[in-house]
Design a protein around this ligand. Structure first.
Ligand SMILES: Cc1cc2nc3c(=O)[nH]c(=O)nc-3n(C[C@H](O)[C@H](O)[C@H](O)COP(=O)(O)OP(=O)(O)OC[C@H]3O[C@@H](n4cnc5c(N)ncnc54)[C@H](O)[C@@H]3O)c2cc1C
Length: 560
């Protein structure tokens, strides 16, 4: 069984089906219409020499897999899992090549900040998903279960047996019997009030893996990307690519403030530096009334502006937003407010280089995992990760499944998990609405678990999380409809949002330094005593133990 149908889930399903096994892909949305993959720009990183030799793009032959790995470690602050990095750089070129063999179109090669050579093969998110879906149609043994919110994994004596969930189209509680499960559920960007990712990313994979006993790593590292809000109600879209094309960031005094934060690279700095610069300007009173700064292209020449407009017309910037060209037309006439929105979870479920988790029979791939990126991720490296790990997880899960036989489902466990889902027929008497709790959680996470963090704020959030954990034991649904009941869906997602918030804030409070995307205003410097990873080990009753594991790698060559 594969849970999720973004790049990681689809690639895993293809690999499993290629061994002749039957695979069920359970998805919260509909195939080809869900997941962050679809919304991506979409830059897929491979080393520049392979981009030249395999894809005939004009890359740089001086690059190779080890230089690519070195840049990943450098941006990840040398705390990445080196085994995962090795698999990543070795397999990424083949994964990009097969995408083109399966029909995905490329739009060129770009050079993003943090990379010493151009490595971003530009596809479109839609193109990637379509190519993978087309490939799945070659296998009659891939079965899609759509509009299923998987809530929990079925574990029997420490071994995976399948999963339970809600078919939210019909209101049926369903269970799946599986010899091996791959979690490919993406991140938990919906923890935050502002995010550029699809709203269905509520950390369900983290929640179910944690309850099943899986360990986590690097959860305090979350990437925020410079975005703008297009139309009400919220449509938040990234504008980072415009900075690479020469756009400026200005504060409310019309000052080009990036010169204070990265004198060398200015607006072409890495995402974490830009996010922190914007928040610092806002906090020091140099932001707009809405807590933003301005993006401006007024200084560009007409031909430079026309060149950017051309890229928009070709549809390779955040392709899912049809409004983008209209946005650019507006930007031509006036500066537009921008701010950092939650974009990517660098940490996640801890895996081996075979994508095995600490639970027998449970595998994970893509953004749901942690370790590859360490404290920060290079631009364009999430899609490569999803494709590489999707294949590896699929292969490992298939090999595992071929070696075990089906056992009966543990009936008591399944009934207990099914009763947790059935909130409609359990008549409770509290007035706790899942929607209200979620709104408060989103607001407090935005304020205290965002770009800038400090002890007092994290403690306030953790107190709220403790109260919310109690309240969600007794949620009452006002809406008792069985079909597409949004309140019911919210009630089932909320425990995962709360649990993810607890893991992230506990690790963020524990790490008393600033490193990568994690910035503590009360500990603003990097401290070598923290040169390593925080692992989260679940104990019973959703409590957690933290374990600090020193990293073995240190910089041996100069950073790009
Ligand atoms: C706007 C935007 C632009 C980006 N641009 C780039 C880029 O150019 N290059 C790059 O490398 N990265 C980019 N990223 C990041 C990258 O897109 C993601 O990290 C990557 O696509 C994650 O793939 P995935 O398969 O792990 O998860 P996703 O693509 O997010 O898929 C998750 C899947 O899990 C399903 N799911 C979730 N919960 C459940 C549940 N409970 N039950 C059943 N199904 C569930 C979802 O429906 C979905 O199908 C971008 C991200 C965003 C938001």
């Amino acid at each position: 069984m594969v849970i999720g149908a973004g790049a990681a889930g689809l690639r895993a399903a293809i690999e499993i089906a290629a061994t002749g096994l039957h695979v069920i892909v359970a998805i919260k949305g509909r195939r080809g219409k869900c997941g962050a993959t679809l919304t991506a720009g979409a830059e897929v990183d491979i080393d520049s020499a392979s981009a030249t030799s395999l894809l005939r793009l004009s890359g740089d032959l001086r690059d190779d897999a080890s230089l690519f790995a070195n840049d990943m470690l450098s941006v990840g602050e040398w705390i990445n899992n080196v085994n995962l990095v090795d698999v990543h750089v070795a397999e990424a070129p083949q994964r990009a090549k097969e995408l083109t063999d399966w029909g995905a179109k490329t739009f060129g090669l770009i050079h993003s900040p943090g990379h010493r050579y151009p490595r971003g093969v530009v596809f479109s998110g839609i193109g990637i998903v379509r190519a993978l879906l087309k490939k799945t149609r070659e296998f009659s043994d891939i079965e899609f279960a759509e509009e299923i919110l998987v809530t929990d994994l079925i574990i029997d004596q420490g071994v995976i047996r399948g999963a339970v969930g809600l078919n939210f189209a019909t209101g049926e509680v369903v269970n799946f019997w599986a010899k091996a499960v791959v979690i490919a559920t993406g991140g938990c960007q919906s923890l935050y009030k502002f995010s550029d990712a699809p709203s269905e990313l509520t950390g369900d994979g983290y929640g179910m893996a944690f309850r099943a006993g899986a360990t986590f790593v690097d959860m305090e590292f979350i990437q925020f990307l410079i975005c703008t809000m297009l139309y009400e109600p919220f449509t938040i879209t990234p504008v980072q690519q415009l900075l690479y094309k020469g756009a400026w960031l200005l504060n409310s005094k019309n000052e080009r403030f990036m010169k204070l934060y990265d004198t060398l690279n200015l607006e072409k700095s890495t995402r974490d530096v830009i996010a922190r610069a914007i928040m610092s300007e806002v906090i020091q009173g140099r932001g707009t009334h809405n807590g933003c700064v301005y993006l401006s292209i007024e200084h560009l020449t007409e031909s430079e502006i026309n060149a950017i407009a051309d890229v928009y017309r070709k549809g390779t910037f955040a392709t899912s937003y049809a409004y983008d060209l209209a946005f650019f037309d507006r930007l031509k006439h006036e500066p537009i407010e921008v701010f950092p929105a939650a974009h990517y979870f660098c940490g996640g479920i801890e895996i081996s280089n075979k994508c095995m988790t600490s639970v027998v029979g449970l595998f994970a791939a893509g953004e749901a995992t942690g370790g590859t990126h360490g404290a920060n991720r290079l631009a364009g490296n999430a899609l490569s990760e999803a494709l590489v790990q999707g294949r590896v997880a699929g292969s490992s899960a298939a090999r595992f499944a071929l070696d075990v036989s089906f056992e009966d489902l543990p009936r008591d466990t399944v009934s207990r998990l099914e009763r947790k889902i059935d909130l409609i027929d359990s008549h409770r008497t509290t007035d706790q609405s899942p929607v209200q709790i979620r709104k408060l959680l989103n607001e407090l996470s935005w304020r205290h678990l965002g770009v800038l963090r400090h002890k007092g704020g994290l403690q306030e959030l953790l107190s709220f999380i403790d109260r919310a954990t109690m309240q969600i034991q007794n949620l009452e649904l006002r809406n008792r409809s069985h079909s597409y009941n949004q309140e019911w869906i919210e009630a089932l997602q909320l425990p995962n949002l709360v649990l993810t918030a607890k893991i992230v804030s506990t690790t963020a409070l524990f790490r008393e330094e600033s490193r990568g995307t994690h910035f503590r205003t009360d500990f603003p410097n990097k401290d070598e005593r923290w040169h390593g990873c925080i692992r989260v080990l679940p104990t019973s009753r959703e409590e957690m133990n933290l374990d600090f594991k020193p990293a073995l790698t240190h910089s041996v060559v100069t950073s790009p």
